[in-house]
Design a protein around this ligand. Sequence first.
Ligand SMILES: Nc1ncnc2c1ncn2[C@@H]1O[C@H](COP(=O)(O)OP(=O)(O)OP(=O)(O)O)[C@@H](O)[C@H]1O
Ligand SMILES: Nc1ccn([C@H]2C[C@H](O)[C@@H](COP(=O)(O)O)O2)c(=O)n1
Length: 207
Amino acid sequence: MIVTIDGVAASGKSSVASGVARALGVPYVSSGLLYRAATLLGQQAALDLREVTGLISHLQAHALRLEPLSEGNRVWLGEQDLTGDLHSTQVDRDVSVVAAHPEVRAWVDEQLRALPAPFVAEGRDMGTNVFPQAAAKFYLTASPRVRAERRAHERPEDVAAIEAALVERDTLDTTQSAPAEDARVIDTGPLSLQGVIETILSTLPKK
Ligand SMILES: Nc1ncnc2c1ncn2[C@@H]1O[C@H](COP(=O)(O)OP(=O)(O)OP(=O)(O)O)[C@@H](O)[C@H]1O
Ligand SMILES: Nc1ccn([C@H]2C[C@H](O)[C@@H](COP(=O)(O)O)O2)c(=O)n1
């Protein structure tokens, strides 16, 4: 079974996907980490990230591997674990530009579709584009202020600055981020993390 959890930035996708995956005893798959890793590699090579040709050749020459586990995903460049560097403000700033390239999206989608089911996949277009056949689909939202306040517990930054960056990223990600027609939309604002996980688990089809 494949379950998809899409949603806006910092809406709780990875925390919720991890909780649902652990309850089901399957891995979760964080598609955003591959876009983040592509961005980091491009930044480290000082590439112009608006130019897709150079970026794609660079990605093809550097084998990135997503390791999906229920407790947390890791991205490897050979033996080097890039995961700790992927949720920085610097990567956040450029990742939407990288993710807007159709060639980069095809590179990510190919890796995701090669993964063996069952799993819980989270991102922006898991239910619409990558796994339209998924058994159950969810789309998480929350107001920019709620999301910024949650993020502020993780990063030593001002809530207003985080909120402004989230709103900008929401706008840039609009094209690829939409609920599937058959997705259940959940406003996570009034819910605890465990509340969102239980809401999803309670609506999953029985195996
Ligand atoms: N319902 C909730 N109630 C309270 N805190 C939550 C809830 N959902 C998520 N959080 C917290 O919000 C923060 C952001 O969650 P998370 O990183 O899972 O979001 P995300 O959508 O995967 O983010 P990104 O788009 O940046 O990858 C985390 O600190 C997480 O613990
Ligand atoms: N399926 C996906 C997943 C992610 N993206 C883009 C959009 C985000 O700004 C960026 C980072 O994702 P996050 O870690 O915030 O989930 O990657 C996308 O376009 N499609």
